[in-house]
Design a protein around this ligand. Structure first.
Ligand code: SPD
Length: 294
């Protein structure tokens, strides 16, 4: 018998992947956690039946959420916070940056970490790295207890804005993220699909714009996410997006990546017209605006 996983998008769309094996399945305190093997994309992590990552295309998401902000920082970042991201893919990319002394992973659900370490070893590869500190806690509580300006880069690697991830999309949370961010720091948040979540995406951007002086969306192509086009928001107190801060730092990273490169760093901010209307830049200095392809 053939086994198929389907993810439903609204009432009219379902995406399907043929599954050969279920490797892990557990209802945690927070959500249903599954790891299955798919014929087309290798092993896949599902939370509450939604695709979080697959072995074959995870590199796009994890490289884009990490290297765009880390390489935009005017000085080499030392301390990085990842909120969510219990599969470890974002931590793995952050630790490619030699300047990073510590990355704190704040994941609410220990079962996601357990399943990823056991069944997604290439993604969770650096979770035992001594430069990685794991906090199994709600990111909303964790951030409230951190000192002002204590992180250089903060990456909000959340689930969709439902279930345990919902508190990671509101203004009160973003205010705390801003407080904890260094003056020259950068925040990147995953901001969903522009095709299917337009209303939700507009709300996320409006919340981010209430808090951060500089915000702009950028995008990448992720075959297993609904709509295939995925967005992140680059937010800062003053740092402008679009240009890597240091070509030497960038070359160290591009020697390892499969999606991110010099052209993608700038090109990801070149928004298709329909996205300009929703995730357009705000707070860009006029010189950068003129120089940037946004
Ligand atoms: N609809 C899928 C959204 C998933 C965003 N987070 C993915 C986590 C990968 N580290």
């Amino acid at each position: 018998m053939e086994l198929w996983f389907t993810e439903q998008q609204g009432s009219n769309i379902r995406y399907g992947l043929r599954v050969s094996e279920t490797l892990f399945s557990k209802q945690s305190e927070f959500q249903q956690v599954d790891v299955v093997t798919t014929k087309a994309y290798g092993r896949m992590l599902l939370l509450d039946g939604l695709v979080m990552t697959t072995e074959r295309d995870e590199f796009v998401y994890h490289e884009m959420i990490s290297h765009v902000p880390l390489l935009s920082m005017p000085r080499p970042p030392r301390r990085v916070l990842v909120i969510g991201g219990g599969d470890g893919g974002t931590v793995r990319e952050v630790l490619k940056h030699p300047s990073v002394e510590e990355v704190v992973l704040c994941e609410i659900d220990p079962v996601v970490i357990e399943a990823s370490k056991a069944y997604l070893p290439t993604i969770a590869a650096e979770l035992d790295n001594p430069r990685c500190t794991i906090e199994v806690r709600d990111g909303v509580d964790y951030i409230q207890q951190q000192p002002d300006e204590s992180f250089d880069v903060i990456l909000i690697d959340s689930t969709d804005p439902i279930g345990p991830g919902v508190g990671l999309f509101n203004v009160a949370f973003y205010e705390q993220v801003k407080r904890v961010l260094a003056p020259d720091g950068i925040v990147t948040a995953q901001t969903e699909s522009p095709f299917f979540e337009e209303e939700g995406l507009n709300k996320i951007y409006s919340n981010l714009r209430e808090v951060f002086p500089v915000t702009t969306g950028y995008y990448g192509i992720i075959p297993t996410y609904p709509g295939n086009l995925w967005t992140w928001c680059f937010c800062s107190k003053s740092v402008q997006p679009g240009q890597p801060a240091d070509k030497e730092r960038q070359a160290v990273i591009t020697a390892t990546t499969h999606y991110y490169n010099e052209a993608i760093h700038q090109g990801a901010f070149a928004l298709p017209s329909f996205l300009r209307r929703s995730i357009r830049p705000q707070g860009l200095a006029s010189t950068s605006e003129a120089a940037s392809p946004c």
